[in-house]
Design a protein around this ligand. Sequence first.
Ligand code: FAD
Length: 415
Amino acid sequence: MKRYSAFAIAKEARRHHKGWERAWRSAVAKPEYDVVIVGAGGHGLATAYYLAKNFGVTNVAVIEKGWLGGGNTGRNTTIIRSNYLQDESTAIYEKARGLYETLSQELNYNIMFSPRGVMMLAQTEHELRGFKRTAHANAIQGVKTELLTPQQVKKKVPIMEINGPRYPVLGALWQARGGTARHDAVAWGYARAASDMGVDIIQQTEVTGIDQSRGAVSGVQTSRGMIKCKKLAIVVAGHSGLLAEMAGFQLPIESVSLQAMVTEPVKPCLDVVVMANTVHGYMSQSDKGELVIGGGADGYNNYTQRGSFHHIEETVRALIETFPIISRLKMLRQWGGIVDMTGDRSPIIGKTPLEGCFINCGWGTGGFKSIPGSGWAMAETVANGSPGTLAEPFSLDRFAEGRFIDESVAAGVAH
Ligand SMILES: Cc1cc2nc3c(=O)[nH]c(=O)nc-3n(C[C@H](O)[C@H](O)[C@H](O)COP(=O)(O)OP(=O)(O)OC[C@H]3O[C@@H](n4cnc5c(N)ncnc54)[C@H](O)[C@@H]3O)c2cc1C
């Protein structure tokens, strides 16, 4: 793989950019692999990358029914933070956030990580108390967050109306090293680096069945034929329930559509990420100038990639209360992704009842931020056949044993 650099760009410019290679190989599936990963979203691709990099496991195929990064990874609002409440959560989200800091250099691919700061508004006394608790928990966990006063909020975000009308801003939880990254680039960067180490990425190929022999996985049926494998990793977010059914077990997952939208581009006016959980809306400004706005999840299970119309109205109405300045902007696009929600709003990483079959799902509305940490932990789980310290608390067993990792406050609207 040719390295990307300022020198390479200058060299290519001189020959009219005709010498660039494809970023990743377009592979044809081999009959058998050591590991098959289903799903070329960020989590599947990061798993492949860390399997190759950390464990030298390169006889790996990533099978994708559409195009890589075309699921939730390419549809999210790109918020990265690690200010969760429970120790287990903070450990994996902070691992991911830490990896994001140097991911562009590591992958030799500009993922546009922008640690511009994430602000979670407290607009009720209850919320303020909750955020004080989280700030204390984060201090003990070694994650740097702080509580801001309304005046500090206004100073950081002058376009915000902090005095109401329904819910005045009472404070905010602030993580200065939180921020955003370009979602497609995260998938593309991992794909390019994994492909370079020998991983086959096979797009436009749907997994339609899972083969077993004597209680262990032996391969997958796909829309282009059968592929044998020694280990199988299911990393398909909103489609996890369907794949689990093929493998013969059930998951405590509900699939719903979550939506987002962007406005027309405007001059820079917002240089942090703001989340308003009480009124239900959050916003940041992209490098192109569009305001990226996150809406709510549908209140019923579905596999549409659109989201209900009433959420658009509710989200925009909520944000206009806090940011009256945006009221006359035109909305450019709206879309949805199918998110995989667990009851405790924490992910599932680990073994399944089928020997040799592992699963990584349940990131729900907030799994973009965790891609590097999740890939790291999943690779460790698949390579060793059992989870390491990061993944261990998130096993599927916890639902049978009642060991919930309740992040319903940290992960509600707050993506
Ligand atoms: C609107 C929206 C906003 C969000 N905002 C944020 C945010 O700001 N911050 C944050 O941290 N998270 C956010 N998220 C959540 C985040 O996007 C997801 O948690 C994360 O992208 C999940 O990544 P993944 O790799 O697990 O899944 P995906 O990216 O969905 O990848 C799964 C892949 O599996 C493929 N697949 C499914 N079935 C099969 C099959 N049978 N055979 C082969 N391939 C198959 C799919 O085509 C898909 O490409 C948001 C999500 C949405 C929808």
